[in-house]
Design a protein around this ligand. Structure first.
Ligand SMILES: [Zn+2]
Length: 352
Protein backbone atom coordinates (compact mmCIF):
# COMPACT_ATOMS: atom_id res chain seq x y z
CA UNK A 1 0.00 0.00 0.00
CA UNK A 2 1.39 3.38 -0.94
CA UNK A 3 0.31 6.63 0.72
CA UNK A 4 1.20 9.79 -1.17
CA UNK A 5 1.66 13.19 0.51
CA UNK A 6 2.87 16.57 -0.63
CA UNK A 7 5.65 16.77 1.95
CA UNK A 8 8.08 14.54 3.80
CA UNK A 9 6.40 12.09 6.15
CA UNK A 10 7.25 11.15 9.73
CA UNK A 11 5.35 8.26 11.20
CA UNK A 12 4.97 5.83 14.09
CA UNK A 13 3.44 2.39 13.84
CA UNK A 14 1.66 0.04 16.18
CA UNK A 15 -0.10 -3.31 16.11
CA UNK A 16 -3.26 -4.34 17.96
CA UNK A 17 -4.36 -7.89 18.69
CA UNK A 18 -7.72 -9.27 17.69
CA UNK A 19 -10.41 -7.95 20.01
CA UNK A 20 -12.84 -10.80 20.81
CA UNK A 21 -15.23 -8.45 22.66
CA UNK A 22 -15.82 -6.00 19.83
CA UNK A 23 -15.10 -8.60 17.11
CA UNK A 24 -12.40 -6.40 15.58
CA UNK A 25 -9.66 -8.20 13.64
CA UNK A 26 -5.95 -7.68 14.38
CA UNK A 27 -4.91 -4.24 13.17
CA UNK A 28 -1.81 -2.40 12.12
CA UNK A 29 -2.01 1.35 12.48
CA UNK A 30 0.31 4.05 11.28
CA UNK A 31 0.21 7.61 12.64
CA UNK A 32 1.52 10.17 10.17
CA UNK A 33 2.64 13.29 12.00
CA UNK A 34 2.11 16.93 10.97
CA UNK A 35 -0.38 15.85 8.37
CA UNK A 36 -3.93 16.62 7.34
CA UNK A 37 -6.26 14.66 5.09
CA UNK A 38 -9.41 16.01 3.45
CA UNK A 39 -12.61 14.21 4.46
CA UNK A 40 -13.32 13.29 0.82
CA UNK A 41 -10.29 10.95 0.86
CA UNK A 42 -11.42 9.14 4.01
CA UNK A 43 -13.64 6.43 2.49
CA UNK A 44 -12.54 2.97 3.65
CA UNK A 45 -10.74 0.94 0.98
CA UNK A 46 -11.74 -2.70 0.67
CA UNK A 47 -8.74 -4.92 -0.06
CA UNK A 48 -9.67 -8.55 0.81
CA UNK A 49 -6.61 -10.08 -0.84
CA UNK A 50 -6.15 -12.73 1.84
CA UNK A 51 -3.64 -10.61 3.75
CA UNK A 52 -5.56 -7.44 4.51
CA UNK A 53 -9.30 -6.96 4.81
CA UNK A 54 -9.43 -3.22 4.37
CA UNK A 55 -7.74 0.10 5.00
CA UNK A 56 -9.26 3.04 6.84
CA UNK A 57 -7.84 6.51 7.19
CA UNK A 58 -8.93 9.49 9.29
CA UNK A 59 -7.75 12.75 10.81
CA UNK A 60 -6.92 11.45 14.31
CA UNK A 61 -6.21 14.85 15.88
CA UNK A 62 -5.27 18.31 14.58
CA UNK A 63 -1.84 17.23 13.43
CA UNK A 64 -2.05 13.45 13.00
CA UNK A 65 -3.48 11.31 10.23
CA UNK A 66 -4.11 7.70 11.29
CA UNK A 67 -4.12 4.85 8.77
CA UNK A 68 -5.59 1.59 10.07
CA UNK A 69 -5.17 -1.73 8.26
CA UNK A 70 -7.55 -4.53 9.24
CA UNK A 71 -5.49 -7.69 9.01
CA UNK A 72 -6.55 -11.05 7.69
CA UNK A 73 -3.41 -13.21 7.72
CA UNK A 74 -0.42 -10.88 7.64
CA UNK A 75 2.79 -12.55 8.75
CA UNK A 76 5.25 -9.68 8.50
CA UNK A 77 5.45 -6.16 7.19
CA UNK A 78 7.82 -3.30 6.42
CA UNK A 79 7.05 0.40 6.44
CA UNK A 80 9.34 2.98 4.94
CA UNK A 81 9.24 6.38 3.30
CA UNK A 82 10.43 7.35 -0.16
CA UNK A 83 10.83 10.65 -1.94
CA UNK A 84 10.08 12.20 -5.34
CA UNK A 85 7.18 11.92 -4.96
CA UNK A 86 6.98 11.79 -1.17
CA UNK A 87 5.26 8.58 -0.11
CA UNK A 88 4.90 6.00 2.62
CA UNK A 89 5.19 2.39 1.47
CA UNK A 90 3.69 -0.49 3.44
CA UNK A 91 4.86 -3.89 2.26
CA UNK A 92 2.66 -6.68 3.59
CA UNK A 93 3.95 -10.25 3.64
CA UNK A 94 1.84 -13.31 4.35
CA UNK A 95 2.58 -16.95 5.12
CA UNK A 96 5.33 -18.58 3.02
CA UNK A 97 6.41 -15.26 1.63
CA UNK A 98 3.05 -14.66 -0.06
CA UNK A 99 3.42 -11.12 -1.26
CA UNK A 100 0.92 -8.35 -1.68
CA UNK A 101 1.77 -4.97 -3.09
CA UNK A 102 -1.32 -2.86 -3.44
CA UNK A 103 -0.89 0.62 -4.80
CA UNK A 104 -3.43 3.34 -4.07
CA UNK A 105 -6.05 0.84 -2.98
CA UNK A 106 -5.93 -1.30 -6.09
CA UNK A 107 -5.20 -4.79 -4.88
CA UNK A 108 -2.71 -6.74 -6.96
CA UNK A 109 -3.63 -10.35 -7.54
CA UNK A 110 -1.85 -12.66 -5.11
CA UNK A 111 -1.89 -16.41 -5.20
CA UNK A 112 -2.90 -18.25 -2.07
CA UNK A 113 -1.66 -21.64 -3.26
CA UNK A 114 1.41 -22.94 -1.42
CA UNK A 115 4.77 -22.95 -3.13
CA UNK A 116 5.74 -26.20 -4.86
CA UNK A 117 7.90 -28.40 -2.67
CA UNK A 118 10.93 -28.05 -4.93
CA UNK A 119 10.75 -24.30 -4.61
CA UNK A 120 10.37 -24.39 -0.85
CA UNK A 121 13.69 -26.22 -0.74
CA UNK A 122 15.33 -23.78 -3.11
CA UNK A 123 15.32 -26.25 -5.96
CA UNK A 124 13.86 -25.98 -9.39
CA UNK A 125 15.03 -22.55 -10.49
CA UNK A 126 12.76 -22.09 -13.43
CA UNK A 127 11.92 -18.43 -13.90
CA UNK A 128 14.57 -15.71 -13.82
CA UNK A 129 14.01 -11.97 -13.86
CA UNK A 130 16.76 -9.97 -15.56
CA UNK A 131 16.88 -6.33 -14.53
CA UNK A 132 18.77 -4.03 -16.88
CA UNK A 133 19.79 -1.14 -14.62
CA UNK A 134 18.50 2.41 -15.18
CA UNK A 135 16.77 3.42 -18.45
CA UNK A 136 14.78 6.25 -19.99
CA UNK A 137 15.40 9.56 -18.22
CA UNK A 138 17.92 7.85 -15.92
CA UNK A 139 21.09 7.14 -17.95
CA UNK A 140 22.97 5.69 -14.97
CA UNK A 141 26.70 6.38 -14.98
CA UNK A 142 28.21 7.94 -18.11
CA UNK A 143 31.72 7.08 -19.29
CA UNK A 144 34.38 9.69 -20.10
CA UNK A 145 33.65 9.16 -23.80
CA UNK A 146 29.88 9.30 -23.39
CA UNK A 147 28.90 5.62 -23.19
CA UNK A 148 25.76 5.35 -21.04
CA UNK A 149 25.29 2.68 -18.38
CA UNK A 150 21.61 2.22 -19.33
CA UNK A 151 22.59 1.18 -22.87
CA UNK A 152 25.25 -1.28 -21.70
CA UNK A 153 22.98 -2.92 -19.10
CA UNK A 154 20.18 -3.37 -21.64
CA UNK A 155 22.56 -4.82 -24.24
CA UNK A 156 23.91 -7.27 -21.67
CA UNK A 157 20.43 -8.33 -20.48
CA UNK A 158 19.26 -8.82 -24.08
CA UNK A 159 22.33 -11.01 -24.74
CA UNK A 160 21.94 -13.04 -21.57
CA UNK A 161 18.23 -13.74 -22.10
CA UNK A 162 18.55 -16.17 -25.07
CA UNK A 163 21.54 -17.87 -23.42
CA UNK A 164 19.44 -18.64 -20.34
CA UNK A 165 16.48 -19.71 -22.50
CA UNK A 166 18.72 -22.20 -24.31
CA UNK A 167 19.41 -23.77 -20.91
CA UNK A 168 15.68 -24.13 -20.35
CA UNK A 169 14.99 -21.18 -18.06
CA UNK A 170 12.07 -18.86 -18.51
CA UNK A 171 13.35 -15.28 -18.59
CA UNK A 172 11.39 -12.11 -17.84
CA UNK A 173 12.88 -8.65 -18.18
CA UNK A 174 11.98 -5.61 -16.07
CA UNK A 175 12.61 -3.63 -19.27
CA UNK A 176 13.41 -4.70 -22.83
CA UNK A 177 13.83 -1.19 -24.23
CA UNK A 178 14.97 2.27 -23.14
CA UNK A 179 12.33 2.67 -20.41
CA UNK A 180 12.41 4.43 -17.04
CA UNK A 181 11.28 2.13 -14.21
CA UNK A 182 11.23 3.00 -10.50
CA UNK A 183 13.49 0.83 -8.34
CA UNK A 184 10.76 -0.72 -6.11
CA UNK A 185 8.72 -1.65 -9.18
CA UNK A 186 11.55 -3.86 -10.39
CA UNK A 187 11.45 -6.28 -7.45
CA UNK A 188 7.67 -5.99 -7.25
CA UNK A 189 7.61 -7.27 -10.85
CA UNK A 190 9.78 -10.24 -9.87
CA UNK A 191 7.60 -10.97 -6.83
CA UNK A 192 4.34 -10.79 -8.75
CA UNK A 193 5.72 -13.13 -11.40
CA UNK A 194 7.01 -15.50 -8.71
CA UNK A 195 10.49 -15.45 -10.15
CA UNK A 196 13.06 -17.82 -8.65
CA UNK A 197 16.04 -15.47 -9.14
CA UNK A 198 16.44 -11.71 -9.56
CA UNK A 199 19.55 -10.52 -11.41
CA UNK A 200 20.19 -6.79 -11.65
CA UNK A 201 22.88 -5.74 -14.16
CA UNK A 202 24.87 -2.52 -13.80
CA UNK A 203 28.17 -0.85 -14.61
CA UNK A 204 30.10 0.80 -11.82
CA UNK A 205 31.55 4.30 -11.59
CA UNK A 206 34.16 5.94 -9.41
CA UNK A 207 35.39 9.49 -8.98
CA UNK A 208 38.83 8.14 -9.79
CA UNK A 209 39.10 7.17 -13.44
CA UNK A 210 41.81 4.70 -12.50
CA UNK A 211 39.50 2.38 -10.55
CA UNK A 212 38.71 -0.84 -12.40
CA UNK A 213 37.34 -4.29 -11.70
CA UNK A 214 34.27 -6.45 -11.39
CA UNK A 215 32.17 -7.03 -8.27
CA UNK A 216 28.86 -8.62 -7.30
CA UNK A 217 26.57 -7.43 -4.53
CA UNK A 218 23.78 -8.78 -2.41
CA UNK A 219 21.65 -6.87 0.06
CA UNK A 220 23.08 -5.86 3.40
CA UNK A 221 24.72 -3.10 5.35
CA UNK A 222 27.78 -1.77 3.52
CA UNK A 223 31.02 -2.67 5.27
CA UNK A 224 33.34 -0.38 3.30
CA UNK A 225 33.28 3.20 2.05
CA UNK A 226 33.53 1.99 -1.57
CA UNK A 227 30.57 -0.36 -1.21
CA UNK A 228 28.45 2.34 0.36
CA UNK A 229 29.42 4.82 -2.37
CA UNK A 230 28.43 2.34 -5.06
CA UNK A 231 25.06 1.80 -3.40
CA UNK A 232 24.58 5.56 -3.13
CA UNK A 233 25.27 5.92 -6.83
CA UNK A 234 22.78 3.22 -7.78
CA UNK A 235 20.10 4.24 -5.34
CA UNK A 236 19.76 7.83 -6.46
CA UNK A 237 17.92 8.66 -3.26
CA UNK A 238 18.44 11.18 -0.51
CA UNK A 239 20.26 10.71 2.79
CA UNK A 240 16.93 10.74 4.66
CA UNK A 241 15.57 7.90 2.57
CA UNK A 242 18.85 6.12 3.04
CA UNK A 243 18.53 6.19 6.81
CA UNK A 244 15.08 4.66 6.51
CA UNK A 245 16.72 2.06 4.32
CA UNK A 246 19.32 1.28 6.97
CA UNK A 247 16.57 0.58 9.48
CA UNK A 248 15.00 -1.92 7.13
CA UNK A 249 18.33 -3.49 6.34
CA UNK A 250 19.11 -4.11 9.99
CA UNK A 251 15.84 -6.01 10.08
CA UNK A 252 16.73 -8.20 7.15
CA UNK A 253 19.18 -10.61 8.72
CA UNK A 254 16.41 -13.13 9.34
CA UNK A 255 15.64 -13.36 5.64
CA UNK A 256 16.78 -16.75 4.43
CA UNK A 257 17.11 -15.38 0.92
CA UNK A 258 20.25 -13.58 2.01
CA UNK A 259 22.17 -16.83 2.37
CA UNK A 260 21.07 -18.00 -1.08
CA UNK A 261 21.79 -14.54 -2.48
CA UNK A 262 25.33 -14.69 -1.15
CA UNK A 263 25.92 -18.13 -2.71
CA UNK A 264 24.50 -16.90 -6.02
CA UNK A 265 26.69 -13.78 -5.85
CA UNK A 266 29.81 -15.87 -5.16
CA UNK A 267 29.07 -18.16 -8.07
CA UNK A 268 28.46 -15.31 -10.53
CA UNK A 269 31.47 -13.32 -9.33
CA UNK A 270 33.68 -16.37 -9.66
CA UNK A 271 32.55 -17.08 -13.23
CA UNK A 272 32.77 -13.42 -14.22
CA UNK A 273 36.30 -13.02 -12.95
CA UNK A 274 37.53 -16.26 -14.52
CA UNK A 275 35.67 -15.62 -17.78
CA UNK A 276 37.06 -12.11 -18.17
CA UNK A 277 40.55 -13.05 -17.04
CA UNK A 278 40.89 -15.76 -19.67
CA UNK A 279 40.01 -13.43 -22.56
CA UNK A 280 41.01 -9.97 -21.34
CA UNK A 281 44.14 -9.28 -19.34
CA UNK A 282 44.42 -7.77 -15.90
CA UNK A 283 40.83 -7.53 -14.62
CA UNK A 284 40.83 -6.80 -10.85
CA UNK A 285 38.59 -9.12 -8.83
CA UNK A 286 36.79 -6.90 -6.29
CA UNK A 287 34.84 -9.84 -4.93
CA UNK A 288 31.38 -10.23 -3.40
CA UNK A 289 30.12 -7.36 -1.24
CA UNK A 290 27.03 -6.29 0.63
CA UNK A 291 25.39 -2.87 0.42
CA UNK A 292 21.98 -1.25 0.75
CA UNK A 293 20.73 -1.35 -2.81
CA UNK A 294 17.15 -0.13 -2.99
CA UNK A 295 16.51 -2.25 -6.07
CA UNK A 296 17.15 -5.48 -4.10
CA UNK A 297 14.89 -4.65 -1.15
CA UNK A 298 11.71 -6.64 -0.88
CA UNK A 299 12.79 -9.34 -3.32
CA UNK A 300 11.18 -12.60 -2.24
CA UNK A 301 13.85 -14.69 -3.99
CA UNK A 302 17.65 -14.78 -4.13
CA UNK A 303 18.68 -11.43 -5.62
CA UNK A 304 22.03 -10.01 -6.69
CA UNK A 305 23.36 -6.87 -8.35
CA UNK A 306 26.31 -7.22 -10.72
CA UNK A 307 28.70 -4.33 -11.32
CA UNK A 308 30.13 -5.65 -14.56
CA UNK A 309 32.97 -3.09 -14.92
CA UNK A 310 33.78 0.56 -14.18
CA UNK A 311 32.37 2.63 -17.03
CA UNK A 312 34.26 5.59 -15.51
CA UNK A 313 37.57 4.00 -16.49
CA UNK A 314 38.43 4.94 -20.12
CA UNK A 315 39.82 1.53 -21.12
CA UNK A 316 36.95 -0.34 -19.42
CA UNK A 317 34.51 1.99 -21.17
CA UNK A 318 36.04 0.96 -24.52
CA UNK A 319 35.75 -2.70 -23.56
CA UNK A 320 32.11 -2.29 -22.46
CA UNK A 321 31.28 -1.05 -25.96
CA UNK A 322 32.87 -4.08 -27.60
CA UNK A 323 30.86 -7.07 -28.79
CA UNK A 324 33.39 -9.68 -27.61
CA UNK A 325 33.54 -8.14 -24.12
CA UNK A 326 29.75 -8.05 -23.83
CA UNK A 327 29.57 -11.65 -25.06
CA UNK A 328 32.08 -12.72 -22.41
CA UNK A 329 30.16 -10.88 -19.67
CA UNK A 330 26.87 -12.49 -20.70
CA UNK A 331 28.26 -16.01 -21.03
CA UNK A 332 30.12 -15.69 -17.70
CA UNK A 333 26.97 -14.56 -15.85
CA UNK A 334 25.14 -17.48 -17.46
CA UNK A 335 27.81 -19.88 -16.24
CA UNK A 336 27.58 -18.43 -12.71
CA UNK A 337 23.81 -18.93 -12.62
CA UNK A 338 24.02 -22.48 -13.99
CA UNK A 339 26.71 -23.37 -11.45
CA UNK A 340 24.59 -21.95 -8.62
CA UNK A 341 21.60 -24.06 -9.64
CA UNK A 342 23.64 -27.26 -9.89
CA UNK A 343 25.25 -26.47 -6.53
CA UNK A 344 21.77 -26.21 -4.99
CA UNK A 345 20.60 -29.43 -6.58
CA UNK A 346 23.61 -31.41 -5.37
CA UNK A 347 23.34 -29.89 -1.87
CA UNK A 348 19.75 -31.10 -1.54
CA UNK A 349 20.12 -34.46 -3.24
CA UNK A 350 23.14 -35.34 -1.13
CA UNK A 351 25.34 -35.82 -4.20
CA UNK A 352 28.93 -34.60 -4.00
ZN1 LIG B 1 23.77 1.31 -12.07
Amino acid sequence: MVVYANGNMRFTENQLRKDPVSGKPPRLYVDIQNAVIPQRLCDPITIEDGLLQRARVAQYDNTTVRLVLDIDSMNDHRIFTMENPSRLVIDVIGEQGQYAAAEAGEPVATAAEPLPLAQQFGLGVRRIVLDAGHGGKDPGAIGPNGLKEKDVTLALALRLKPLLEEKGYEVLMTRASDLYIELPERTAFANQNKADLFISIHTNASRSRKVRGVETYFLGVARSREASETAMLENAISQQALSDLEKILLDLTRTSNLKQSSILAESIQDSLYNGLRSSFSDIPNLGVKQAGFYVLIGAQMPAVLIETSFISNPSAEKLLARKDYRDTLASSILEGIVKYVSLLSSAYSGAP
